[in-house]
Design a protein. Structure first.
Length: 143
């Protein structure tokens, strides 16, 4: 498996990564994704792709480092998805390990993510990866 941090403007963001990301975020059109990329880049948003031996994108991660008063600096994972045909093959673990390396290099105190309450399979994976539930995430829809 090959893990690549994709730079802004890299065509693989839409050709390779977006189809995998849409398995988790089906509402993302290419136009909306490009809009999020443009705005999010200034907020530190980055994307990392995992490729199998055949050169097919099988995993995607969106992430950023964030300064907070509670953790000082953390690496926050916006998105972590493995293509359905490649699940249970180590893709998620490899992406998390790669992101942890970024977190350590950036002197982060933690790697964090949110996961929808309905995603029980994902929760089992996070627990296996030695992640803990440390907070509730509250949301108030505005539209």
């Amino acid at each position: 498996m090959k893990i690549i941090d994709l730079e802004p403007g890299d065509p693989r963001l839409t050709t390779d990564l977006l189809p995998v990301l849409r398995e988790l975020r089906p509402h993302l059109t290419e136009e909306l994704f490009l809009s999020v990329l443009a705005e999010g880049r200034g907020q530190g948003l980055r994307f990392t792709a995992a490729y199998d031996e055949a050169g097919t994108c099988v995993g995607a991660a969106g992430w950023r480092t964030v300064a907070t008063t509670s953790m000082i600096r953390k690496l926050y994972v916006d998105d972590l998805v493995t293509a359905s045909a490649s699940r249970s093959g180590g893709v998620g673990r490899a992406l998390l390990a790669h992101l942890e390396e970024h977190a350590v290099a950036a002197d982060c105190t933690a790697l964090t993510l949110d996961s929808g309450t309905q995603r029980t399979d994902a929760h089992r994976f996070y627990f296996r990866e030695r992640m803990a539930v440390t907070a509730f995430s509250f949301e108030k829809p505005l539209r």
